[in-house]
Design a protein around this ligand. Structure first.
Ligand code: EPZ
Length: 427
């Protein structure tokens, strides 16, 4: 398993291209199954999760080509209504095939996704939506068994205990676009990735009103056409690089970003001490003054995203004062805390809130990657820590960041990837 070695203390300077959004690409790949012909996704990121989704689509009969930032999905052979456990176990987003299976095949057998490093990951809202559209759902031996002769539109809410659900909104929307009659989805997610999916489906011939609002009104159609679609930029990768530039007191310009997708992230990074200039498709980050403490709660869009919580925590760990970060989406999403404390941070978690007491410095140490964003936070910590940080199991990072070490190194970071058995670093 690959590792990263990072030597801290080098300010990041230069420009860095931001890749297409992982969390837009994955549902878009599944949505291509709904179409009568091939679709081409451009600006697609080169990620492990994209490769995994390609394997899932191939397993259900589609043919998928992933090459040079393009994902081509030809759904002609899509006829197998099963997604096996070993794939769903690897990536929760595999369950995005449920909606297209019900819409086009009338049945589905998909393994129940388990929990993961960020906590329990229920899918009750997905199933609520499918049942509202007329599907019969059973859970047997760890599998979701669903069948429906013909999906019929209806009016229902997908809001759950933590508010809206991105996954449930995407999955149920993909079923509703080919259902009979009108569907109204209330409590829908507003994230840019959902708006991008609606854009793709509308271009394919779907009739959807309310993009970007919590109420989606869909008039079912009989068929959809494949087409070319450009994936939106990854707002979480962008936030991660903004945090890196601020943390190292560098001067970094992000290219190929959509600032409108990053409202609260930009606000919070400025509150913690970053200076951020918005340009046409660009964001420039510098920092002159000290890092300041913040009090923040993660919220569904347009609130501060849970996927940026770990990265912000690294900035808070070096702020002048105490910060609090409260998770309203995943109350247990603090696996990064123990690793940051190994590097000298002073963080305590009680219930769903982390209290971060700012310290003078972090020190390099061997740490373990786990949750994707927790792992990105460890890279950030390594950039600023004194000495060398070794990050194990970086495949977690490769799931959601396109060659992060190359992008960071191009900005002046002293970071390198070591394959299995390569030289250890003596501490
Ligand atoms: C998406 O996961 C993202 N993944 C996650 O990003 C992100 O952390 C999460 O949204 C929240 O923003 C993808 O887009 C592939 P949800 P998803 O359904 O769709 C509860 C990353 O790092 N809930 O919006 O699974 C759930 O427990 C990943 O890129 C139910 O109760 O998240 C959570 O508290 C990690 N029942 C809240 O809703 C359900 O049926 C939001 O979850 C579904 C969700």
């Amino acid at each position: 398993m690959d590792r990263f070695y990072i030597t801290g203390g080098h300010p990041l300077r230069g420009t860095v291209p931001i890749s297409g959004a992982k969390n837009a690409t994955l549902p878009l790949m599944a949505a291509a199954l709904l179409c009568d012909g091939p679709s081409v996704l451009t600006n697609a990121p080169d990620l492990r999760d994209v490769d995994t989704m390609a394997q899932v689509l191939a397993a259900v009969g589609a043919s998928v080509t992933v090459d040079q930032g393009q994902v081509i999905v030809d759904p002609a052979g899509f006829d197998h209504p099963e997604a096996p456990y070993d794939m769903v176990r690897k990536m929760r987003a595999s369950i995005y095939v449920l909606g297209p299976m019900l819409a086009r095949l009338g049945c589905a057998k998909v393994s129940m996704p388990g929990g993961c490093a960020i906590g329990a990951r229920p899918i009750d809202l997905h199933l609520r939506g499918f049942e509202a559209l007329g599907a019969e759902i059973a859970i047997e031996h760890g599998d979701i068994l669903a069948k429906v002769p013909r999906l019929r539109g209806s009016d229902f809410s997908l809001s759950g205990p933590s508010g809206s659900s991105i996954g449930a909104t995407a999955n149920v929307l993909m079923a509703a676009v080919l259902a009979e009659g009108q569907t109204i989805i209330r409590g829908a997610a507003l994230e840019p990735e959902i708006v991008d999916l609606i854009d793709f489906l509308t271009q394919a011939g779907a009739q959807i009103e309310g993009a970007g609002t919590s109420t989606l009104t869909i008039e079912g159609v009989d068929s959809l056409s494949g087409h070319e679609h450009r994936v939106i930029p990854d707002r979480i990768e962008a936030g991660t690089f903004l945090a890196a530039g601020a943390l190292t007191k560098g001067d970094v310009t992000l290219e190929g970003v959509e600032p409108d997708h990053m409202g609260r992230t930009i606000e919070l990074l400025e509150e913690v001490g970053a200076d951020i200039e918005q340009g046409e498709g660009t964001l420039r980050v510098t920092r002159d003054g000290p890092l300041q403490p913040v009090a923040v709660r993660t919220l569904p869009y347009p609130g501060f995203p849970t996927d940026m919580q770990a990265q912000l925590m690294v900035l808070c760990s070096l702020a002048e004062g105490d910060s609090t970060l409260t998770e309203t989406i995943y109350p247990e999403r603090f696996i990064h805390v123990s690793e940051l404390n190994r590097m000298g941070a002073d963080i305590h978690v009680f219930s769903a809130t982390a209290t971060v007491r700012g310290v003078e410095r972090l020190s390099g140490a061997p740490v373990m990657a786990s949750d994707l964003r927790a792992s990105a936070a460890l890279v950030l910590a390594g950039l600023i820590a004194e000495g060398v940080t070794e990050i194990l199991r970086v495949y977690h990072i490769d799931r959601g960041y396109e060659r992060i070490e190359e992008k960071m190194a191009s900005l002046g970071a002293h970071i390198r990837r070591a394959g299995p058995g390569e030289v250890e670093v003596d501490w």
